[in-house]
Design a binder for this molecule. Sequence first.
Ligand SMILES: Cc1cc2nc3c(=O)[nH]c(=O)nc-3n(C[C@H](O)[C@H](O)[C@H](O)COP(=O)(O)O)c2cc1C
Length: 167
Amino acid sequence: MPTVDPADFVRAMARVPAPVTIVTTVDAAGRRWGFTASSFSSLSLDPPLVLVCPARTASCHDAFVTADRFLVNVLAAGHTGIAKAFARSGHDKFTGSAMEPCEAGLPGLRDATARIACALHDVADGGDHSILVGRVLSVSVGPAEPMVYCDRRFTRPGVSPALASTP
Ligand SMILES: Cc1cc2nc3c(=O)[nH]c(=O)nc-3n(C[C@H](O)[C@H](O)[C@H](O)COP(=O)(O)O)c2cc1C
């Protein structure tokens, strides 16, 4: 099996435009957990499933792999500050943030582009990450333009006229 230089792999993946989400949950003791995640994707329509991948080293990892429910907040163009705050470990991410109880009482952003509330359906091995599979319980869609992460920058989705007209 050929070995891939990890730096090349990281460089290649940086070219892949990705969504920016903040995924939240509340543990049995009532503690709120959340992290910024680009590893979010839809997985299945029937049943409705999504996936997101917390690193095994993240302090929130165990809370998510044992959660009953989690909430995916799809961030909008104006959410750069909170995206950075929830990507930084070792501080209280929630106090003073715009997070408020939303679906299933989980912390969410009222002005998120979309919120997707999930029941934890499965946890699979994803190397140094875990793969959380969520069964979608409810969705809420707002008008704000989504943010994307590409080339290690928070940016806006670009729509070229030629590509936009492709079926
Ligand atoms: C744009 C962006 C996307 C990220 N995506 C992920 C991800 O999908 N999975 C992950 O484990 N960490 C991801 N991170 C890093 C985590 O947000 C960060 O390590 C977080 O602080 C981990 O949670 P903790 O504070 O509980 O340790 C991302 C960071 C950024 C800036």
